[in-house]
Write a protein that binds this ligand. Sequence first.
Ligand code: GDP
Ligand code: FE
Ligand code: FE
Length: 201
Amino acid sequence: MSDFYPQLGKTGMSRRELLGKIRKRVKAARFQHMLAVEETSGELAEQYGADVSVAKLAGLLHDYAKELSKDEFMTLIDRYHLDRDLKNWSNAIWHGEIGWLKVKEDFPGIQPEILEAIACHTVGRAQMSLLDKIVYVADYIEPGRDFPGVDEARDLAKQSLDQAVAFETAQTVAYLAKQRFPIYPETLATYNAYVKFLRES
Ligand code: GDP
Ligand code: FE
Ligand code: FE
């Protein structure tokens, strides 16, 4: 494995430094999950013809902001003049939709495509790049995941990334509705844009 991620830009940070920085921010179990998403993102990138090193770095960093406090997210919303409605949501939404700004602050010069993939890794987008889809799906199917439907998601990811995005989003929407949780508008937009891939399959 290369010791450097050129995508970290001018910082020239080594992998060792990078992992050290991540480890300080998240608990051990989450750190392992992030390493697993790095690996799975790399595999999907190879399979679907994306840049493997970019995909791995996006996968590795995707949950970087998962353990920020509510106060830290509120400060970021104010600092970057984000939509105030965001304040009505929770960490589940914030760590992607706002978390990418923390990644940008801590890793200046990182590729914007990586920040975008981090931003949408939880809720998706109606239009997603190949990299966005890879991280979105890898987060769901990495080997440590164990929940109903994960094996079907893994099988679909081998055939079609769009079908895997659609399946994952449909599962999430159904789960959230069953739990009587609010569904973030972007999650529904992703569902509406991708559900056709399931209807056609
Ligand atoms: P993780 O960060 O690796 O645990 O995975 P994700 O970033 O994909 O998801 C974090 C949490 O967000 C999960 O518990 C999802 O059920 C939840 N989530 C995803 N979409 C929505 C949504 O639209 N609304 C709400 N309330 N929660 C959501
Ligand atoms: Fe996440
Ligand atoms: Fe994750």
